[in-house]
Design a protein around this ligand. Structure first.
Ligand code: ARG
Length: 284
């Protein structure tokens, strides 16, 4: 395999479902349709493969319905991974599964000190050299500080203020080292000012389009894969030279996740400056 081939970790939704309620989207009484979830996930996988990505699969586990959300496995940095420590005990049971996968695939595993919460690429996204890190609902700010010191990174913590947008990847998505989309209503004044000061170009997403999880997009090169129904955002993306691929991901939105949450970029997010150097050095 060419070291520049995008590599993405996914987990088939064999045991996916709404079995508990840990965010405002999840309603056990509503549930998710199993057949539709399988189809939607398969189409996401195929779309990413058609874009040239190599998909690696984590084995699904009965009793771990949210294991499909591999963005929460950890934060990838070169050949290292900072393993997540979930806020909610129902998801903490996923940690050994993710850890075993990273061990088996040659990543150096970094573990946070006890009592720190961190939910991986759901809450920590590179835009250029900087790691933007969301906190409050899931990850805590101390974990971000610790990661910054441990990896020698410039980290900018952003407080999330709307419980519907409880992970950073539900309201912010870097597209390149200089361009990102975001939903301003998910941040406080300070967070908005930090984003404006540190991301050269920002595309604003409206409240209604953000509520359909359109910020939760997967970026592969100049292609953006996202849930359908965000015409203003997709027009803005096309005007900026991106192709858009709109899929139906309703069954996963019922759990508070969409395209991006279902993926973990193993060779580094598209906008991460370190990717330019990483494939030149030996990695897993
Ligand atoms: N039901 C999952 C949870 O509440 C959804 C996770 C979505 N993941 C994400 N990266 N935003 O934890």
């Amino acid at each position: 395999m060419d070291r520049t081939t995008p590599r993405i970790l996914m987990c088939p939704p064999d045991y996916y479902g709404i079995e508990y309620e840990i965010n405002p989207w999840m309603k056990r009484a509503v549930g998710a349709d199993h057949g539709r979830a399988q189809q939607q996930w398969a189409l996401l996988r195929r779309t990413l493969e058609d874009l040239g990505a190599r998909i690696e699969c984590l084995e699904p586990v009965r009793g771990l319905p949210d294991l499909v959300f591999t963005a929460n496995a950890g934060l990838i940095y070169g050949s290292s991974v900072v393993l997540s420590r979930f806020r909610h005990s129902v998801r903490r049971r996923e940690e050994p599964r993710f850890a075993a996968w990273f061990d088996a695939h040659g990543f150096e595993r970094i573990e946070l000190p006890a009592e720190m919460y961190f939910e991986g690429a759901g809450d920590a996204l590179f835009c250029g050299e900087t790691l933007f890190a969301g906190y409050r609902f899931r990850s805590d700010v101390r974990s971000h500080q610790w990661i910054g010191e441990r990896l020698g990174l410039h980290v900018l913590p952003l407080e999330l203020v709307d419980p519907r947008f409880y992970h950073l990847d539900t309201c912010f998505c870097p597209l390149t080292e200089e361009l990102a989309i975001y939903y301003p209503g998910a941040f406080d004044d300070y967070g908005r000012a930090v984003l404006k000061a540190h991301v050269p170009r920002l595309i604003e997403v409206s409240g209604d389009e953000a509520a359909s999880f359109s910020c939760n997009a997967v970026v592969v090169g100049r292609s953006v894969v996202l849930h359908q129904g965000a015409p203003k955002l997709t027009a803005a993306l096309r005007a900026n030279g991106f192709r858009t691929h709109e899929l139906c991901l309703t069954e996963f939105i019922k759990s508070g996740g969409s395209a991006k949450c279902l993926t973990l970029r193993l060779d580094g997010e598209e906008a991460a400056a370190w990717r330019r150097l990483a494939w030149a050095s030996a990695g897993p």
